[in-house]
Ligand binder design. Structure first.
Ligand SMILES: [Zn+2]
Length: 97
């Protein structure tokens, strides 16, 4: 008995931000897959963990979120570094007293 769902991913081209972008589509389930989360799906490799979308609008919104996410990650990282240097500055000030 097998309940495993094996998607047959097909690489399709969509228009995203006026650029042709390859995403993966499963004809059986009618699901789209994010090419950033699943770079291997275009090669027909099925993925266990990914982001699935029922329509292209949702997928495009997800691609937008990727861009913002990468930008936010960089920003959070530099803020953390700043905080660390602030802490060491505070320690130096304390020694002077
Ligand atoms: Zn994604």
């Amino acid at each position: 008995m097998s309940t495993r769902w094996t998607p047959k991913w097909k690489a399709i081209e969509i228009e995203y931000n006026n650029k042709k972008t390859v995403v993966c589509y499963d004809e059986t389930t009618k699901l789209y897959v994010c090419p950033i989360c699943s770079p291997n799906c275009a090669k027909g490799v099925s993925t266990d963990y990914s982001s699935y979308f029922f329509n292209l609008e949702d997928l495009k919104r997800h691609l937008d979120a990727h861009k913002e996410g990468f930008w936010l990650k960089k920003r959070i990282r530099s803020e953390e570094e700043e905080e660390e240097s602030k802490i060491s500055f505070g320690e130096e000030e304390g020694e002077e007293e």
